[in-house]
Design a protein around this ligand. Sequence first.
Ligand code: C2E
Ligand code: MG
Ligand code: MG
Ligand code: MG
Length: 274
Amino acid sequence: QAKRNGRDDYATFDPVMQQKFDYTTRLEKEMRNALKQFNFALYYQPQYDFKQNLVSAEALIRWNHPELGLVGPSDFITLAEESNLILPMGNWVLAEACQQLKEWQSQPKYQHLTLSINISAKQIWQKDFVEDVKKIVVDSAIDLSKLKLEITESVLLDNIDEVAQKLNALVEFGLSFSLDDFGTGYSSLGYLKSLPIEELKIDQSFIRDVLDDEADLIMVKSIIDLGKNFDLTVVAEGIESEQHFNLLKEFGCDVYQGLYFSRPLAISEFDSLM
Ligand code: C2E
Ligand code: MG
Ligand code: MG
Ligand code: MG
């Protein structure tokens, strides 16, 4: 981004823009290296049923940065999407999650666990998305009924028919889909009709104030009823207190995830929890 200086005889770079550009390219380069050096890790956040049995987990990516320490996805997923690095990153997440599932499936006490991973819309839009996913899953030789792919409604938007076709192919293959951050996008209800979804995740922004905010309360209750009417599993994320848990339980929510139970855990911590 060039900016004219006062005398208008030459262009200079706006230092703020330049800094931002430097930062972005540096981060991108670092991410590329981190992928080569396996400096990413999956953390596992436990999910419970209403009896507080551990039934599943969501895999959440972390970047083990040499200087910054553990960096969360909100700081790099958008950039990864903009730079297309989300494609190799997404494949790595899938392969890593499959490897973990494979290990769980070899041990009786872990065999019941379902594992969810987050998929970016950019991945779905790839021509080879379906084939890539199938290949990684087949190579890992897991029981694929225990693998769930979370997609977010807000970014699917237009090409809904094409997306539906791809998801249907993967459902036929044996995978299942969850609609993440439900309620925050524009056409949530339409997706329920056209996409092969088997689970709804109520966005944590609705749960946060559900104890004080009447509108949020009605929203949460309605989403649960909606999910039930469509015969979907309903997951509440952002359960931070016993009151949250009790209220959602009263409404008939199926699965609970949040800091009240556990933060996302490194695999060694997850093992200790089991
Ligand atoms: P998400 O899929 O909605 O994941 C839930 C987020 O809520 C996680 O943040 C989790 O740590 C956080 N969380 C869990 N319990 C609580 C709670 O009780 N209170 C609050 N305030 N937050 C809670 P995280 O790990 O920072 O991930 C943020 C987002 O980054 C995820 O939102 C997901 O959209 C994206 N993401 C994470 N991993 C991946 C990945 O492997 N691939 C892609 N494409 N996106 C990912
Ligand atoms: Mg998610
Ligand atoms: Mg999300
Ligand atoms: Mg979410």
